[in-house]
Design a protein around this ligand. Structure first.
Ligand code: NAD
Length: 340
């Protein structure tokens, strides 16, 4: 029976992998995968990793030396993988789709909560404070929302927004075909949107797509939602925009420097990241710790596709969900047809 080292394991990962992966033996490891912990995979034939693991050259080289040639990401994103180093040594597979609804619905939950101040109201009423002052929000009906990235999650979120009666503006490097979406350039989206929601991947091009310059082009009182990747937003610029009133509120499920904090209970620790502390302390910022994916349906799909990915690899089949570095073009490509 093939043995899989599962890094950064949480109880829900264990539950679903054990339920659906009965043909594997799992070694569940709480630590994140990095060049110091990689040795824990010794004796395993495969590795299962997550969004904040450090899959750098050193990690990959050590896995290769341990005879491990497959990393199954139990997530869609892969910005934490050094594909150039992995090429020819370690296959990297992922779960491209598990529930766009999970993430899109969380984006709407953040927007609704931060706009209608549900987090503040919840705290007040628990203290028998039934005052409404300071809790005024705005109707979403009739407002303009700018969606950056109109892939699976972006389009699912758009359907929800249309259901609320909102006007949708979209921006994507590769606009979706066969839709009647109103695509505009980024500057127009910044200028006209009452709310901006991010649904594009983190790439060299999208890093800090919401920068100081971008915030300067936005409507005063705009709401920002980010359920994609933290580094899409320049945090310092967001803090400035929150301070000067450009941004009326932000619903964030991700943070630029989340890797050291998110998914862990840090309540007894001194958090040394001042920008994170500032964000958390603002009454008009609602921060969740990368939990948009966390529904039963998504967890079941993640475990199922992860097991299917391992099954294909160990059967020597073509890897449906491989991502790899294309040595000709120097690009990271999805669904690679490369076979060894
Ligand atoms: P997807 O690949 O279906 O869609 C991404 C879209 O972004 C595509 O349409 C693509 O053309 C577009 N895009 C790429 N580069 C762009 C650019 N420079 N400018 C504008 N648009 C660009 O991906 P998806 O499944 O919709 O996921 C979107 C993102 O959501 C992922 O990249 C991931 O970072 C994030 N995500 C977060 C969670 C969570 O729990 N918070 C869970 C899953 C995914």
């Amino acid at each position: 029976m093939n043995k899989i080292a599962v890094f950064d394991t949480k109880p829900y990962d264990k539950e679903w992998l054990e339920k659906l992966g009965t043909n594997y033996k799992f070694k569940f490891i709480e630590s994140k995968l990095n060049n110091e912990t990689v040795g824990l995979a010794k004796g395993c034939q495969g590795v299962c990793a997550f969004v904040n693991d450090e899959i750098c050259k050193e990690t990959i080289d050590q896995l290769y030396d341990l005879g491990i040639n497959i990393i199954a990401m139990r997530c869609a994103g892969y910005s934490n993988v050094d594909f150039k180093s992995a090429f020819g040594k370690v296959h990297v597979v992922r779960v491209p789709v598990y529930s766009p609804h999970a993430v899109a619905e969380h984006a709407m939950a953040l927007l609704l909560a931060v706009n209608r101040k549900i987090h503040k109201a919840y705290n007040r009423t628990r203290d028998f404070n039934f005052s409404l002052s300071g809790l005024t929000g705005m109707d979403l009906y009739g407002k303009t929302i700018g969606i950056i990235g109109t892939g699976k999650i972006g389009q699912t979120f758009i359907q929800i927004c249309l259901g609320f009666g909102m006007r949708v503006l979209a921006y994507d490097l590769y606009p979706a075909k066969n839709t009647d979406l109103e695509y505009v350039d980024l500057d127009t989206l910044f200028k006209e949107s009452d709310i901006i929601s991010l649904h594009c991947p983190l790439t060299d091009q999208t890093k800090h797509i919401l920068s100081k310059d971008a915030f300067s082009k936005m409507k005063k009182g705009v709401y920002i939602v980010n359920t994609s990747r933290g580094a899409l937003i320049e945090t310092e610029a967001l803090l400035e925009a929150l301070n000067d009133g450009t941004v009326a509120g932000a619903g964030l499920d991700v943070y630029e420097e989340e890797a050291d904090y998110f998914f862990e209970d840090m309540s007894g620790a001194i958090v040394k990241d001042d920008m994170l502390s500032l964000l958390v302390s603002k009454p008009n910022v609602l921060l969740t710790s990368h939990q948009a994916f966390l529904t039963n349906e998504a967890l079941e799909n993640i475990a199922k596709v992860t097991i299917d990915n391992f099954d294909e690899y160990f059967a020597g089949e073509c890897l449906t969900n491989e991502v790899c570095y294309h040595c000709q073009s120097g690009k990271v490509i999805e669904n690679c047809a490369r076979k060894e």
